[in-house]
Design a protein around this ligand. Structure first.
Ligand code: GAL
Length: 799
């Protein structure tokens, strides 16, 4: 209850900007599944994430054509095995400030098919659950208390992954005067950066404009210290629109490495009086794609080191949360990723703000299907009527984010090989250009031959290949653009802490335990191991980078375990669903992270019963050479070897015979000097439970604290087989929020304070509710009588 009060208070704090403009976030709502019994919830809210997990919720009898299935089979867990299908109702109340003449309600996304009622009358509706939309509710308002209700409906077989359910992104009210700036018609762009000077253009439009009012539009650009570095004024045209040009000397440019942001203040003025004002963060940077230079940011060619990410936040579900997004982006940046593809739908504003501020480029995607269906009740039902409206809201709502460098109009669109598909792609690309001529448009294509023949590729700016690196050389000559993007690559599968023997390269391998091997040698029938994509990016000058499938595991799509129960989340991530890096994370880190070295060994070295058996050891490192020792005995020195695809990015000792003790790797630099070493020890009996705060995710106003809970032996070695049931107790100014162990086959709820360790670890999320108090976190492995504790005292809390 305390939580709700706090949120309600925060939500009621009107963020006044200027004059008549006021914004309020609608954070406290009543929610009901049946329209009869109601409970109070906080929005963003995902009604399904509490579970329980059950295959009955979303079982599908289908043939997944994209995965090569030609007969319908039972699919369990395909969309998460959580109760997201069906209806949901939300209601809340608000009052309108006396000064407001015009009121709009903004939804950043509502899952799905939202119908909005204000004071009992329909205010409007949207079809696609992933898109932002806004409604003018001025005519429906009355004095005093007003009520807004939202009805949502999720049809079965409407998704290939877990979509979440409910008001999972923020809802806000914007009150203004009659004449107002339209933020979706404010468009900031960098025209050029040359000779230490940036030339910028700002387009604006006033809504409710009346030429008799003698108004002017003004823009100011402030640096991070608030100093005005450029300003301009315009007299609007008869529609209220104005275009201004600004020049900034010695601009600080936005890039993933240095995400500098300015503040753009836009004003409507009558003489000296400010009638309306908005402000938003922007970045100065240029982007370009060309045959000669590939993709360029600020005039410098670079290849995307990208990750595809679905929108869920693991145990928090689809409900967006700034702190959880910050944690994801930090994790991906540490791996060396510089770009995200928001597969396969519109991102949240919150995610884009974090990408802007932390420095992460974004390919903002829109659809997983157009008119031809992939699932029975997918976007195909809406395509004809809605695609323009959907692209318009995506682009107008997001085009001022410096992080967005490309729009994607779709993923593996079934009609990619047909003439109609190419025509649709052309119409959609043209439409994107009309709303934003500064960014190239792409689409992920999984039938490159078909996409080449049909003219589909030629209809977009960036030919996106999903997988199929083996076609790159054959088709590059037929790409009018002269370059290829690996819009989706790899689809290698693994489970953290799981190693299968013998170690063999396999496609679609399945095992009795529902897990995949972390030797990183197993992938899908349509995909390949990471090494193949890394090689294509390194060796083929015409590639402009890749987006791996996926950076982090997500709910749903437990390929290759289509019908295996229980299995309800993906195995594709470089990090697991809890956000713990798998071994594969370090394979990428070694290649992508140029800021710090990587020296990672696998597997763990606690194998009771494997004594005397061959147990290959891999090292993922950026060092050119390393030597492995088992209990002090050298297993030989290894160098990256380009002649074998698995030995180029991994140093492998395939014949190591297991004996308990110490595994040690010594890395050498290019001159042959010892540079660094790593040791892994055989773990003894579980002796302590470590509750370790992920300090690097903390910042100003952090509410979510993430703890990695690990079972260790008395010497601090991870016990990789520990699967103890842990219970949590959080006391003081914080509450238990969620827990996740990254096990795709676990049916334990994320929202109850108890869960088994998976391979010795799990991640606990705690939420600060009283920032002025400290708190204590206790993790208890009752059966062994082992307890771990972590404390935050007020003085050290960075809040
Ligand atoms: C791709 C698809 C993704 C995901 C992936 C799994 O073809 O675009 O959404 O399904 O396969 O490998």
């Amino acid at each position: 209850m305390r939580q709700y009060l706090l949120t309600a208070l925060l939500a009621l704090t009107l963020a006044g900007t200027a004059q008549n403009r006021q914004e309020t976030t609608l954070g406290t709502w009543d929610f009901s599944r049946d329209g009869q019994s109601w409970q109070q919830v906080r929005v963003p809210h995902d009604w399904a994430i509490e579970g329980p997990f059950d295959k009955k919720w979303d079982i599908q009898y289908v043939a997944i054509a994209q995965d090569g299935q030609d007969k319908a089979v039972e699919h369990t867990g395909r969309s998460g095995a959580l109760p997201w299908i069906g209806e949901g109702h939300y209601r809340t109340t608000f009052t309108v400030p006396a000064t407001a003449k015009h009121t709009e309600i903004y939804f950043d996304g509502a899952m799905s098919e939202p119908v909005v009622y204000v004071n009992g009358r329909e205010a409007g509706r949207w079809a696609y659950g992933y898109n932002a939309f806004r409604l003018d509710i001025t005519p429906l308002l009355k004095k005093g208390t007003n009520e807004v209700r939202v009805h949502l409906n999720n049809l079965q077989e409407s998704s290939r992954w877990y979509p979440g359910a409910g008001l999972y992104r923020p809802v806000k009210l914007v009150f203004t005067g009659d004449t107002r700036i339209d933020p979706w018609d404010t468009f900031f762009r960098t025209l050029s950066i040359d000779g230490g000077k940036a030339v910028l253009r700002v387009d604006t439009r006033m809504a409710g404009y009346d030429a008799r009012q003698k108004l002017q539009t003004a823009v100011l650009l402030q640096d991070a210290d608030g100093k005005v570095v450029a300003s301009a004024k315009a007299t609007p045209d008869s529609e209220g629109a104005g275009t201004m040009q600004l020049t900034v000397e010695q601009p600080l440019l936005w890039s993933p490495e240095s995400p500098y942001r300015y503040t753009l203040v836009t004003r409507v003025m009558r003489g000296k009086k400010i009638i309306d004002q908005t402000s938003q963060k922007v970045g100065i940077r240029t982007i370009a794609v060309s045959r000669e230079h590939g993709f360029q940011l600020n005039g410098v060619s670079r290849k995307f080191q990208g990750v595809c990410l679905h929108h869920d936040l693991g145990p928090l579900g689809a409900a967006v949360d700034r702190d959880a997004i910050i944690r994801q982006i930090r994790l991906m940046k540490d791996m060396g990723a510089d770009a995200i593809r928001t597969s396969h739908n519109m991102p949240s504003q919150m995610q884009m703000e974090v990408c802007d501020s932390m420095g992460m480029m974004v390919m903002a995607e829109s659809f997983d299907a157009w008119k031809d269906p992939k699932v029975e009740n997918g976007y195909n039902r809406f395509y004809d009527e809605w695609w323009r409206k959907d692209l318009s809201n995506l682009i107008r709502g997001h085009r001022n984010h410096p992080s967005i460098v490309m729009w994607s109009i779709g993923n593996e669109i079934p009609e990619q090989w047909k003439k109609e598909g190419a025509e649709r792609a052309r119409a959609m690309t043209d439409y994107c250009h009309s709303l934003d001529p500064t960014r190239p448009v792409t689409c992920g294509v999984d039938n490159p031959n078909g996409g080449t023949e049909s003219g589909f590729y030629a209809s977009t700016d960036v030919p996106g290949f999903n997988y199929r690196t083996f076609l790159y050389d054959e088709l590059i000559g037929r790409m009018p653009q002269g370059f290829i993007l690996g819009s989706e690559t790899t689809s290698t599968v693994s489970s953290r802490g799981v190693y299968k023997f013998p170690v063999e390269e396999k496609k679609m391998a399945t095992y009795d335990d529902g897990q995949c091997s972390s030797y990183d040698v197993e992938c899908c029938s349509w995909s390949n191991l990471p090494d193949v994509d890394l090689e294509a990016q390194d060796d083929k000058p015409y590639t402009i980078g890749q987006f791996i499938w996926t950076g982090i595991d997500y709910l749903g799509e437990p390929t290759p375990y289509y019908s295996y129960w229980p299995s309800r989340s993906s195995y594709f991530g470089a990090a697991d669903l809890a956000g713990l890096p798998k071994d594969r994370y370090y394979l990428y880190r070694a290649q992508w992270n140029k800021r710090s070295h990587t020296l990672h060994l696998l597997p763990h070295w606690t194998w009771p019963g494997r004594e005397g058996q061959t147990t290959p050891v891999y090292c993922y490192t950026d060092y050119p050479e390393a030597e492995l020792f088992v209990n002090g005995k050298s297993q030989g020195r290894r160098k990256a070897d380009k002649s074998s695809h698995l030995d180029r990015y991994r140093l492998r000792w395939n014949d190591v015979v297991y004996e308990p003790g110490e595994l040690r790797v010594v890395a050498y630099d290019a001159e042959g000097n010892v540079a660094e070493e790593r040791r892994v020890h055989t773990a003894g009996e579980p002796a302590k439970l470590e509750v370790e705060l992920e300090e690097e995710t903390l910042g100003e106003n952090t509410r979510l604290y993430y703890y990695v809970v690990s079972m260790k032996d008395k010497d601090g070695n991870l016990c990789p087989d520990a699967d103890d049931e842990i219970t949590f107790d959080v006391k003081g100014g914080a509450v238990f929020r969620a827990v996740c162990n990254g096990d795709a086959t676990s049916l334990e709820s994320f929202t109850k304070p108890t869960m088994k360790l998976f391979h010795g670890q799990l991640v606990l999320t705690v939420e600060v509710v009283k920032p002025m108090e400290g708190f204590e976190v206790k993790a208890n492995a009752a059966k062994r009588g082992i307890t771990g504790t972590a404390m935050i005292d007020y003085a050290s809390a960075p809040i």
